[in-house]
Design a protein around this ligand. Structure first.
Ligand code: PMP
Length: 452
């Protein structure tokens, strides 16, 4: 193979050849690169750093644990931080949802959920059930099992021969619909698509339905009309199908509740969290399952699944301190209050820029979408690459936001604005100032018309 021309390639590689500044340090809602430039973390990384950077309590808890033990293999030892964290998490869940299995990230958590669900079906005499219906668009992780339920063609296409592709139904992108229905009616129409799909597949073959209650990167903080949630639960119950909530992004307080499920009083059968759960202090995730699923699996010989680093004492000590900090400082209350302020400010952009088509989300899981025409919600031309350009404009100004475009989907370029849950009014003002300057620059670059 020829070595590409240009500077010698770095040994380090991620998704592309694009290079980024080298991180030097981080504190609170800010990060600094090696040249001393400061960035406001307007997306908490990838919606991870919920309690901000360099939190003294978490660092102290980790140091204390490091002095005792950083690792004990889970098949040889249980450990106190894991035990305490599992109890704390269980106490925050709806009743009965109290069996906690630790992993090291979101994809691992989703894999674990799929496998636990399947083992439950086998252990309870329902081995014909194996299909997990998901939504399009959606993102559930990068491993092959999680990809099999991910609804993003760009991410799944090259791997399709290796995947057991699962059935998908449209995500409730009601804000794009132009019809005579009320929002609630639209929400119910999308929920009924699950029922139709279950019947089409044969209910006896369907194991579960997986969904992000508040969408993440795939849909840009998509929230369905309220009746959608209860109706989905009802449909799953009607056919004895497990409801799996992927709260990798929406969980751990980001939407103003520990689980986004709480906004609608929904009790999923399995829920997965990661990202904000250890808030970037250590790789950590968790699957929390109804004890009625776990007990038959343990009775039948055990869960045939596990990761070497899972539940290690250092990661769990970090997670425990993060969750305690979130609860004691009422960061979920702050996410609700500051999220409402930020959402109002983002809505204000719609008055100024006709090409801001929608603002949505809950708590501090917020997004806006850029379009060519707000009436029809026609996306901007793909060739504009607005989802890359605006992020670059913001980056230059020292603001980090997170963007995606669902190629092939109906939605346009969307941008997640999700600062840490410790953000205050001044941070919101700084975000808005930098975002407005970035949108002005984007409008100039692409020749987009501005309002009056
Ligand atoms: N599920 C959702 C909803 C996510 O947002 C993500 C990460 N963006 C994942 C799963 C996968 O998590 P990880 O990158 O930690 O594997």
């Amino acid at each position: 193979m020829d070595t590409p021309a240009g500077p010698p390639p770095s040994n380090l590689f991620y998704q592309s050849r694009a290079r980024r500044p080298v991180l030097d340090r981080a504190e609170g809602v800010y990060l600094w690169d090696r040249d001393g430039k400061r960035y406001l973390d307007g997306s908490s990384g990838a919606m991870v750093s919920n309690i901000g950077h360099s939190n003294p309590r978490v660092l102290a808890a980790m140091r204390e644990q490091m002095d005792k033990a950083t690792f004990g293999y889970r098949l040889h030892f249980e450990n106190e931080p894991a035990e305490k964290l599992a109890s704390l998490v269980a106490s925050l869940m709806p009743k009965g949802l109290d069996r906690v299995f630790f992993v090291s990230g979101g994809s691992e958590a989703v894999e674990s959920a799929l496998k636990l669900a399947r083992q439950w079906a086998v252990a309870s005499g329902q081995a014909s059930r194996w299909k997990v219906i998901s939504r399009y668009p959606s993102y559930h992780g990068s491993t092959l099992g999680a990809l099999a339920v991910t609804g993003m063609a760009l991410m799944t296409a090259p791997f399709s021969p290796m995947l057991r592709e699962m059935p998908r139904i449209p995500a409730p992108t009601c804000y794009l619909d132009r019809d005579e229905l009320t929002p609630d009616e639209r929400g119910l129409r999308y929920a009924e698509m699950l029922r139709t799909e279950i019947l089409r597949q044969g209910p006896e073959t369907v194991l579960g339905f997986i969904m992000e209650p508040v969408g993440g990167a795939s849909t840009g903080a998509l929230v369905a009309p309220d009746p959608y949630y209860a109706r989905i639960r009802e449909i799953c119950d009607e056919f004895g199908i497990l409801l799996i909530y992927d709260e990798v992004m929406s969980g751990a307080g980001r939407t103003g509740r520990f689980l986004a499920a709480e906004h609608w009083g929904i009790r999923p059968d399995i829920v997965v969290v990661s990202k904000g759960f250890a808030a970037g202090y250590s790789p950590l995730g968790a699957l929390i399952a109804d004890r009625r699923l776990v007990e038959p699996v343990l009775d039948a010989g055990g869960f045939i699944h596990g990761y070497t680093y899972a539940g290690n004492p250092l990661a769990c000590a970090a997670g425990l301190a993060v969750v305690e900090e979130t609860l004691e400082r009422d960061l979920m209350g702050n996410a609700t209050r500051i999220g409402a302020l930020l959402k109002t400010e983002l809505r204000g952009l719609m008055a100024r820029y006709p090409f801001v088509g929608d603002v949505r989300g809950k708590g501090l899981l917020l997004a806006f979408e850029l379009v060519s025409d707000r009436e029809t919600m026609e996306p901007l031309p793909v060739a504009y690459d607005a989802y890359v350009r605006l992020v670059e404009q913001a980056y230059e100004r020292g603001l980090i936001i997170y963007s995606r475009r669902t190629r092939g989907g109906r939605a346009g370029d969307h941008f997640l604005v999700c600062p840490p849950l410790i953000a205050d009014r001044d941070h919101v003002a700084e975000i808005m100032e930098k975002l407005t300057a970035s949108l002005d620059a984007l409008a100039g670059e692409l020749g987009l018309s501005k309002g009056n």
